[in-house]
Design a protein around this ligand. Structure first.
Ligand code: ADP
Ligand code: MG
Ligand code: MG
Ligand code: MG
Length: 400
C-alpha cells in the first residue's frame, strides 16, 4: 500500500496498469488530467489498443480557490466512494460504476463517462434533455426515501448517519451558502454593477430570518443521506442517460437541500439565458422548457417518493392519517427555500456558475444576476408558505 501523495500523470498510468483484470497486456496508455484542480485530481486513462478507459479521482489535501489554499480532509474521498456505492445499490443506472477505492491514496477508480456531457455545459448551449426530469426524480426519490427513517430501520439509519459524518465539507456549505452571502464577507465575489441589489439583501431582515431557519435545518435535520452538491455540474448527461457524479459533500441532512439544488441550477440557467439565446421566441421557449422540467421533477419525485412510502414504509407512525401529506408539503417548502439560497450564493458568494459567470459583457451579466437574485429572494421569502410547485414557476416568470 502506497503512502498518500498526489499522483503525477505517470504514476496514475502505473496505478491503472496494475489494476487487476482491467487493461490487457501490452496496453498503450494515454493519460490526461481533466479536473479543475481546486479540490481533486481527475485522471482520464485509456488504452489506445483496446479502447478501454477509466477515471481515477484523487482528493487533494487542500482546497484552492482564487489563489487561497486551506487544508481539507481526505476523508471526503471515502465519503464519495461510499455514497456512490450506496446510490448504486438503489439506482445503478444513474451513477458511475465504482471499480475500487484506495483509502491510502484517497483515490476512487470509476467508470469513464466521457461519452456524456456535463449538463451545465449542455444547457448553456441550449440543449434539451427530455428524460432528465424522469431520471433525476427517480434518483432523488430512491436515495432520499431509502436512506431515511421512513424507508430504513431507525437503528440502521443511525449507523449511516455516523458513517457519513462530513463536518469539514458541511462547514463549507454552512459558511459559503448560508452565511457569507448575507453580509459583507471577504469571500464574497459579485459584479460591482449589482452592488445596490446586494446591499438590499444585506439589509433585508425578513430574508435573513428565513436563511437562519434554513441553516438550522441544514445543521440539525439528519433526514436522509444527501448528495450534498447536486448542481448541474455534478450531472453527466446524454439524450438517453443521466449519471450523477461527485458526492463528496454527502452527509445526512434535509432532503430539500438536494431537490432545491436541482431546481436552483435550472433557474440559474433560466436567468443566464438572457444572454445565451438572442432570438426572443427561442429564448422564451427554452425557458418554458426549463420551467416544465422543474414542474415535472417535483411532480414525479412526489409520486415516486409516496409510492415507496406506501410500499416500503417501515413503521406504523408513518401511516398516521395526514402525516404523509404534511411531510410532502414540508418537503416542498424546504426544497423551495434551499433552492432560493443556492441561487443567491451563486451570485453574491465565492463560487459562481458558468451559466451566468461566463457572460462576458458585465451589463448583460448584471441583468441575469438581477433575475437570479430576485427569484432567489422570492423563493426564500415564500418557502414556509408555499403550497404548490406552480408558485415557483410563477415567481420565475414574474422575475423577467
Ligand atoms: P470535483 O469534485 O473536483 O468537482 P468532479 O467529480 O466534479 O470533481 O469531476 C471534475 C470533472 O472531471 C468533471 O466535470 C468531468 O469533466 C470529469 N469527470 C469526473 N468524473 C468523471 C467520469 N466518471 N468520467 C468522465 N469524466 C469525469
Ligand atoms: Mg469542481
Ligand atoms: Mg466535488
Ligand atoms: Mg464537481
Amino acid at each position: 500500500m502506497s503512502q498518500y501523495h498526489a499522483l503525477s500523470e505517470q504514476e496514475a498510468v502505473e496505478y491503472a496498469r496494475n489494476i487487476p483484470n482491467f487493461f490487457p497486456e501490452g496496453a498503450e496508455f494515454v493519460s490526461r488530467e481533466i479536473g479543475d484542480g481546486n479540490l481533486n485530481l481527475v485522471f482520464h486513462i485509456s488504452d489506445k489498443v483496446s479502447g478501454k478507459s477509466l477515471i481515477l479521482k484523487q482528493a487533494l489535501p487542500y482546497a484552492k480557490v482564487v489563489g487561497e489554499s486551506w487544508p481539507l480532509t481526505l476523508d471526503r474521498a471515502r465519503i464519495e466512494s461510499e455514497v456512490l456505492l450506496l446510490e448504486a445499490s438503489l439506482c445503478p443506472e444513474l451513477v458511475p460504476h465504482v471499480y475500487t477505492y484506495d483509502p491510502a491514496l484517497a483515490l476512487t477508480v470509476m467508470e469513464d463517462l466521457s461519452d456524456h456531457t456535463i449538463m451545465r455545459r449542455g444547457l448553456i448551449e441550449g440543449n434539451r434533455y427530455p428524460l432528465f426530469a424522469a431520471h433525476i426524480s427517480h434518483f432523488l426519490a430512491k436515495t432520499l426515501f431509502y436512506t431515511s427513517d421512513l424507508g430504513l430501520n431507525q437503528q440502521e439509519k443511525k449507523l449511516k448517519v455516523q458513517q457519513f459524518i462530513n463536518p469539514e465539507l458541511c462547514k463549507i456549505t454552512e459558511d459559503l451558502i448560508f452565511d457569507h452571502p448575507y453580509w459583507n464577507a471577504e469571500t464574497n465575489n459579485y459584479n460591482p454593477l449589482i452592488r445596490k441589489e446586494v446591499e438590499q439583501i444585506w439589509q433585508n431582515d425578513k430574508l435573513q430570518f428565513e436563511v437562519a431557519v434554513l441553516r438550522e435545518k441544514f445543521l440539525t435535520h439528519a433526514q436522509a443521506l444527501l448528495h450534498g452538491d447536486l448542481h448541474t455540474g455534478s450531472v453527466f448527461i446524454t439524450a438517453r442517460s443521466t449519471k450523477v457524479i461527485d458526492p463528496e459533500f454527502g452527509f445526512y441532512g434535509p432532503m430539500g437541500f438536494d431537490i432545491g439544488a436541482v431546481i436552483a441550477n435550472l433557474l440559474l440557467n433560466y436567468a443566464g439565458q438572457e444572454a445565451w439565446i438572442a432570438d426572443e421566441k427561442a429564448r422564451h421557449d427554452f425557458r418554458e422548457y426549463l420551467l416544465e422540467t422543474i414542474r415535472d421533477i417535483w411532480t414525479l419525485f412526489a409520486e415516486q417518493f409516496q409510492a415507496h412510502w406506501t410500499q416500503d414504509g417501515v413503521d406504523r407512525l408513518s401511516k398516521v392519517a395526514g402525516y404523509r401529506e404534511d411531510y410532502m408539503l414540508r418537503l416542498l417548502q424546504d426544497s423551495i427555500g434551499f433552492a432560493g439560497s443556492k441561487m443567491i450564493r451563486r451570485i453574491i458568494g465565492l463560487a459562481h456558475v458558468a451559466d451566468i459567470q461566463s457572460i462576458l459583457d458585465l451589463e448583460a451579466r448584471a441583468r441575469s444576476e438581477r433575475i437570479a437574485l430576485s427569484i432567489g429572494e422570492s423563493l426564500i421569502l415564500l418557502n414556509r408558505h408555499a403550497h404548490s410547485i406552480e408558485e415557483v414557476i410563477d415567481i420565475a416568470k414574474g422575475a423577467l
